[in-house]
Design a protein around this ligand. Sequence first.
Ligand code: DGL
Length: 255
Amino acid sequence: MREQGMIAVFDSGMGGLSVLRRLIREMPGEDFLYFGDSANAPYGPRPTEEIRALTLAHGSRLLEEGAKALVVACNTATAAAIDALRSAHPGRIVIGIEPALKPAADRFPGEPVLVMATDATLREQKFAALLERYAKNSPILKCPCPGLVAFVERGELEGERVETHLRQLLGPYLAHKPRAVVLGCTHYPFLEQAIRKVVGEDVVIFDGAEGTARECRRRLEEAGLLRSGGRGSIRLTNSSPDPQTARLAQLLLQK
Ligand code: DGL
């Protein structure tokens, strides 16, 4: 019975754990299976075709293994492959994440909003459509962040090196005095303290995890598949055989 299936959560590596923690808070009675593709991370610098092939292969396997819903907890994979995944699995619950432009633009109409994301997310049609919807009201500054995911993948979440890297990436955009920063990659919430040091205390930081968790709950409820009550299980898996990867995943989930 599908009510008894798990919710599968997929990301290119560690980033989706920032979404998983919100999903658990939203639906504590559910069983979760997390799969991070750290052996192939980062996805951001890869061509769209490769990102789509990896996402389709991993997503399809998770659905075929009995997931009642699949959450693509990766902005990059969602932008490149969510349509292909949905077409390959009609009738299944397949949820993606996208940069939280809406809450940021709604809160600060007319004021600059800075979006941090991977190169791949920012070049995709999905992001262009989002931009078209919200750039009318607020100037949106697109900030590609090459190299940032690698800090999270090796568990380097604070310190001089990450702050220097962030200053180099964000510096030119901060001159426009953004009121909001959208973390458009699920790895970046783990760097929030370092980002905060660089952008300052007055800037409001948004990410898409909460909206994604609420959407997942709504879809399960609507389909009569939501499990209420009790406490579910959490299983973390990864394509990297390195035991350090498993330890880091546990640590990040508890953050
Ligand atoms: N965590 C992913 C995202 O949300 C991408 C990271 C990567 O480049 O692999 O975009």
